[in-house]
Ligand binder design. Structure first.
Ligand code: AHR
Length: 473
């Protein structure tokens, strides 16, 4: 979060009516989704920013996040990620009538701490004036084992190292130690917020002095405001990855990445390396602006999922903080050959895209280079194709970077990206292969022919040809 004095003045007058300037028809509501529980459609949940989604060992996915009104803490759960779209949402706690937690409630996170469900959140007082942004971190606690059906009461305030603006707290575990990570303004450093971690002794007390891991200094971290916030931690491939969000909360908002060896002393800032460039940012091609404030989870097959918010338009009327259209989105998170996450681009609205790797030729992907279809290796976004359902199990297949065009089959067996001139030439269907996640993609215009990886790129071939079998990921 970030603000200037003028913005704080604005907030003072608007403090209790934070919804403003929303797009027509974008009132807080569930994403329209005809998808079954099996199929995820982005936005996963409309008008929920700063989303935390995790899969608990009770088999449910839990989701919380900021609501546009910033006046209540909410929670929903579902047995599948897609089920979160229309899941019932419970209000756990509302801001108080007066006092330090009577204004904005930001970026809640649900964690199981020493056997109790705790929600951390940032809150400020109401009543206007500069104090509206006197944001501090608090927690509420549930009196039972079921966070959706217990009673929630205030546990207390997190006392950081300074009495200053602090927010976006999260908890992670590493090598048997529980850590608190948060964003805070530090006296003497001219930024809105930096990132700190420390081991914890209890839900709201630290077991050691915190260390500062990151200060916004790079050009893409200080666009509009000098912000490092919303950190999230993932351990994979012997490394610890900490994403964080940077810059103003408009289309300049983006993800940065800190990386540490999992065996290193993570309380030593020197153990962490900052990526010189943002790892995830606005994509005009897929029409997602200001992606950020992420969390991590896994899908029903245990595959890594990136959770984040983003708008599907760039121009914002008024203060971005009070624009309600930061929608919750999810997408697959892949890793490169070195075991580092490859975030690609925000994939855009619609069903989640797939990657198709030739079973007969590992490393060869269905891909495109501009308007040309290729079979080979290419940057992640050029290997992601969205299959949009049509009648009778048919799908249209579009590159996420060329979302208004489709794969088109021709009588000579060639394939192109464009708009069908022959009826049905852009209609295909997925035919399950012999193993889970293997598939053939049959042309409905030329039945019995399927997309194959060939020497010269992609073309139709007889369904029985080995080159027509793809591993979908
Ligand atoms: O969405 C409210 C605040 O704005 C969040 O706490 C912060 O991450 C974001 O920038």
């Amino acid at each position: 979060m970030s603000f200037k004095l003028s913005r704080r003045a604005f907030a003072a007058s608007a403090a209790l009516i934070p919804i403003a300037c929303s797009k027509p028809g974008s009132a807080p509501q569930q994403a329209e989704s005809g998808a079954s529980d099996r199929d995820i459609v982005n936005p996963l949940v409309k008008n929920r920013a700063d989303a935390q989604i995790f899969r608990h060992d009770d088999g449910y996915y839990y989701m919380t996040g900021s609501v546009p009104e910033y006046d209540r803490l909410v929670l929903r759960r579902a047995k599948t990620l897609a089920g979160l779209t229309n899941a019932e949402e419970r209000v756990l706690w509302r801001h108080e009538d007066t006092g330090p937690m009577s204004g904005f409630l930001w970026a809640p996170e649900l964690h199981l701490i020493d056997g109790r469900w705790v929600v951390y959140f940032a809150a400020g007082p109401s009543g206007g004036g500069e104090d509206v942004f006197r944001i501090r971190t608090y927690a509420v606690v549930c009196d039972g084992d079921d966070p959706m059906n217990g009673n929630w009461t205030v546990l207390g305030e997190f006392k950081g190292p300074w009495d200053s603006f602090n927010l976006d707290s999260t908890v992670f575990h590493h090598r048997g130690t529980r850590y608190f990570a948060w964003a805070q303004r530090e006296p003497g450093i001219d930024t809105n917020s930096n990132i700190y971690i420390a081991p914890t002794a209890s839900a709201l007390t630290l077991a050691a002095a915190p260390v500062r891991l990151s200060v916004p200094t790079l050009d893409w971290e200080i666009r509009g405001f000098k912000v490092n916030e919303a950190q999230a931690v993932l351990e994979r491939n012997g490394k610890l990855f900490m994403t964080y969000s940077a810059s103003a909360t408009d289309d300049r908002y983006c993800l940065g990445l800190l990386t540490a060896d999992a065996d290193a002393d993570i309380m030593d800032p020197a153990s962490w390396t900052k990526s010189p460039q943002p790892v995830f940012q606005t994509s005009v091609e897929t029409s997602v602006y200001g992606p950020g404030h992420n969390s991590f989870t896994v899908d029903e097959k245990g595959r890594d999922i990136l959770v984040y918010h983003g708008r599907d338009y760039k121009e914002i009327e008024g203060d971005p903080l009070f624009n309600p259209d930061r929608h919750t989105r999810v997408q697959r998170l892949y890793f490169d050959a070195d075991g580092n996450p490859d975030f690609g681009v925000p994939v855009g609205n619609g069903p989640l895209p797939d990657r198709f790797e030739a079973v007969a030729n590992a490393g060869v992907f269905m891909a495109h280079d501009g308007a040309e279809l290729i079979a080979g290796s290419a940057p992640l976004p050029q290997t992601q194709f969205r299959s949009t359902p049509d009648k009778g199990g048919a799908v249209r297949i579009s590159p996420i970077l060329r979302r208004d065009e489709q794969l088109v089959a021709a009588e000579d067996g060639s394939l192109s990206i464009g708009t069908a001139t022959r009826a049905g030439a852009d209609m295909f269907r997925h035919v399950d292969g012999p193993d889970a996640d293997t598939v053939r993609i049959e042309s409905l215009a030329f039945p019995g022919k399927a997309i194959a990886a060939g020497e010269n790129g992609l073309a139709l071939a007889d369904m029985a040809a080995p080159a027509t079998l793809w591993k979908r990921s």
